[in-house]
Design a protein around this ligand. Sequence first.
Ligand SMILES: NC(=O)c1ccc[n+]([C@@H]2O[C@H](COP(=O)([O-])OP(=O)(O)OC[C@H]3O[C@@H](n4cnc5c(N)ncnc54)[C@H](O)[C@@H]3O)[C@@H](O)[C@H]2O)c1
Length: 239
Amino acid sequence: MGTAVITGAGRGLGRATAIRLAADGHRIVAVDLDGEAAERTAAAVGGEARRCDVADWASVDALAASLESCDVLVNNAGIWHFHSLLETTPESVAAVLGVNVVGVLLCSRALAPKMIAAGGGSIVNLASAAAWTNSPGTGIYPATKAAVISLTKQMAIEWGEHGIRANAVGPGLIVTEGTADRHSGDRSRERSRNIPLRRVGEPRDIADVVSFLASDAARYVTGQTIFVDGGITAGRAAL
Ligand SMILES: NC(=O)c1ccc[n+]([C@@H]2O[C@H](COP(=O)([O-])OP(=O)(O)OC[C@H]3O[C@@H](n4cnc5c(N)ncnc54)[C@H](O)[C@@H]3O)[C@@H](O)[C@H]2O)c1
């Protein structure tokens, strides 16, 4: 097992993924805009921490320069500003595109050369069920996650000859620090009724599938998106 670099690893799905990939035997580099949160995750898994803004070219270049190798990259850092399209502001568009789309590109193009030098690697990008099932008031967020799915395919076709696999995971409704305010008791129960598996997700539901895609068990899988959403993208469970 080699080095796994996970962005947005300070909490939520990124932290759960760091814990899972560490259990798989990877050496973890926990990356986050919140340096203290990254330190906490690194301490929990015996790994290293880096403070980095994935949307900033110089910050990502400094991250890459600080790493000897990268065998697995999980582009997990993501943000959302929920409002209607009519309420969209230039600042909001720049911020959400910057982290969710440009950030995925920056980290991948900065770290892919290390994978190429080592003969290959695995990139796992966090998309979203929202790329497939839009909801009112989610602004540009679903479009950024659709872009992640397209970027994932682009990486797969451009870097496959170097042994790099690129795949995406599309979470459904997962309770994390970032989404907790939308999962209060009654709302969560109401939402669960519409999910085929009748429950919202837990971070480990996502981390287990990231682990699979990062592993040799997925050695012939590239350019794919696996929706880990309890069936949300299959349709509504109730009328
Ligand atoms: N939780 C869900 O229900 C859900 C559903 C679909 C997709 N996702 C995606 O999964 C990913 C993780 O979601 P989460 O719920 O764990 O989020 P979260 O808000 O709980 O955690 C996100 C982490 O990313 C870090 N981060 C934010 N901007 C950053 C930047 N510019 N550079 C580096 N780090 C940055 C934050 O500091 C935070 O630690 C995101 O890409 C999100 O869009 C989540």
